[in-house]
Write a protein that binds this ligand. Structure first.
Ligand code: K1U
Ligand code: ZN
Length: 172
């Protein structure tokens, strides 16, 4: 297992659409293991493959609060098959948009169909924080960041700040 570097915005990979996984094999299971290790190390409660530079439709999640209550989930080719009419607002963060947080409105509940690590088709019903995080991670698979849900004024302000920080750190 390995901790992978997490890409930060602006980066064209984070704006690209990820491809469906054709076969759930040891390569994908290895990617899932590396993504979970990377997510726990960050720390984060979700991670999508494009955030580690892999344009494939793979997501990991764990909203457990402590190591004792860990509940890692891996979703391969996830699809939202139902959304609630009611919305929920949550102040979101993103490991690819470090140190910025904003309210985002999304459906309060969703039903998600996905392949598990053995390639079996499964579904789950998500509410509350889990519903927010799974939608946030699935956006990453389509090249959408939480800042894309904000006004262009707010989004550009955040992107400018990220570029400034990157320059100050000598990375650009
Ligand atoms: O970058 C990501 O996609 C992960 C992101 C997931 C997320 C968080 C909140 C709302 C929507 C999506 C994060 O994990 S940011 C870090 C974070 O929220 C957190 C970190 C440690 C403990 C608890 C929360
Ligand atoms: Zn994110």
């Amino acid at each position: 297992m390995a901790v992978l570097p997490i890409l930060t915005a602006p980066n064209p990979i984070l704006k690209s659409k990820a491809k469906r996984v054709e076969t759930v094999d040891d390569r994908i299971r290895g990617l899932v293991a590396d993504m979970l290790e990377t997510m726990y190390k960050a720390p984060g409660i979700g991670l999508a493959a494009p955030q580690v530079g892999v344009l494939e439709r793979v997501v990991v999640l764990d909203i457990g609060k402590t190591e004792e209550t860990r509940n890692p989930m891996a979703l391969i080719n996830p699809e939202i098959v139902w959304v609630s009419e009611a919305d929920n607002t949550y102040e979101e963060g993103c490991l690819s948009v470090p140190e910025h947080y904003s309210n985002v409105v999304r459906p309060a509940e969703v039903k998600v169909r996905y392949l598990d690590k053995e390639g079996a088709s499964r579904e789950f019903h998500a509410v509350g924080l889990l519903a927010t995080v799974v939608q946030h991670e699935m956006d990453h698979l389509d090249g959408v960041l939480f800042i894309d849900h904000l006004s262009s004024l707010k989004r550009n302000m955040i992107l400018r700040k990220l570029l400034k920080t990157r320059k100050e750190m000598g990375e650009a």
